[in-house]
Design a protein around this ligand. Structure first.
Ligand code: GLY
Length: 354
């Protein structure tokens, strides 16, 4: 039995959540596509754990299964890896009726999705997320991208998957630090729209972040936001809570700070600044900081404010002379506010930047 969440975006698809879906993938995908070839894309570590099982499952369902293994890490989500993947697909003669299968975390999902959107002007792809972050956020909603030297996700497009298969058993091999990073996105979702989930995390800590129920609740909230605003012009921007400051922190740390860690610091900063401005209570900001610390996530910005400001001003989310910030009003309720670029220094200072 798995939990099913239907997504009705420009393409309709199902996110299935349940243990055992990796081995059932071939049969499940056979019901959705007549593709002859399925190319599995994964990072080296994930391929070593799960590549053989997925290939066996696909072959048993009659697919010709190929594997493209890329080096692990955000620094490889770039044009070079993307070019190699496209070259591999062309060399193997994949056509538009074939299938890509992303087996991995956010890096693999974004890369595979972008290749699927652009190879021969677009073919189907499936997301099989193996990290908590990818299960609760990046595998759903069709955002695809690679990074440029100038910043994260600067080349990309929207391309919805054919299906998402989320098997929480795959989290057993995830390093604890990455589990904590994924938990930052669970906290983010709870702060956006699920106060009860926030309380469960406060009570039970990390284990409450990766139950099937918690994953499904995050996926439903993400689904709702994607259905409201697939192309990120309005309410979907709420999913950037903690991310504007977070991306700047990530960039300035040379990616030494993981994405989830940077988002945890970014959320704390924006909550503290919102409390200073009377948008949320001090208690809300302190509750958020305490939960993130309980989950083993950092909350203090170690990067100088000047460097953060420079990175923020380069961020792609800045449009013209302003930037959209996501501001918590209470646990379970946030709003998007356009802030002039000239005010960002003050927001950073109120958020604790030195
Ligand atoms: N990860 C944010 C979004 O999908 O909009």
């Amino acid at each position: 039995m798995s939990i099913q969440v239907e997504v009705k975006a420009s393409r309709h698809y199902t996110v299935q959540i349940g243990e055992g879906l990796l081995d059932a993938a071939g049969a499940l995908l056979r019901e959705k596509t007549a593709a002859g070839t399925a190319c599995v894309v994964s990072g080296a570590q994930v391929d070593a754990f799960y590549g053989d099982r997925l290939v066996r499952s696909l072959e048993a369902a009659g697919f010709r299964a190929l594997r493209f293994v890329h080096p692990s890490g955000e620094e490889h989500k770039n044009l070079e890896t993307y070019g190699k993947l496209l070259g591999f697909l062309a060399g193997q003669g994949l056509s538009r009726s074939d299938l890509l299968v992303s087996l991995g975390g956010g890096v693999t999902g974004d890369l595979t999705g972008f290749a699927a959107a652009t190879y021969m002007r677009g073919l189907d792809y499936v997301q099989i997320p193996t990290s908590l972050l990818a299960m609760v956020d990046s595998s759903v909603g069709g955002k695809t991208a690679v990074d440029l030297p100038e910043g994260k996700n600067l080349a990309g497009c929207f391309w919805q998957p054919l299906a998402v298969l989320c098997d929480p058993a795959l989290l057993q091999t995830l390093p604890e630090e990455e589990l904590r990073c994924g938990a930052a996105e669970v906290v983010k979702t709870a702060v956006l729209r699920d106060e009860a989930l926030f309380r469960e995390l406060e009570k039970a800590g990390l284990p409450a972040a990766f139950t099937e129920d918690a994953i499904a609740r995050c996926v439903r909230i993400k689904r709702d936001l994607v259905e409201e605003d697939e192309f990120d012009r309005g309410s979907r921007k709420l999913l950037n809570l903690g991310h504007s400051f977070g991306h700047a922190l990530e960039l300035c740390s040379g990616y030494a700070l993981g994405h989830g860690q940077a988002v945890a610091v970014g959320m704390t900063m924006i909550a503290l600044a919102s409390a200073e401005k009377g948008i949320c209570s001090r208690e809300t900001a302190e509750r958020l900081r305490a939960l993130l610390e309980k989950l083993g996530l950092p909350t203090e910005p170690e990067i100088p404010g000047k460097a953060l400001l420079a990175a923020l001003l380069r961020d792609k989310k800045r449009s013209g002379d302003s930037m959209d910030l996501v501001l918590p009003e209470a646990i379970g309720r946030c709003r998007v506010e356009r802030v002039p670029a000239s005010a960002l220094e003050e927001w950073l200072r109120l958020g604790g930047a030195k």
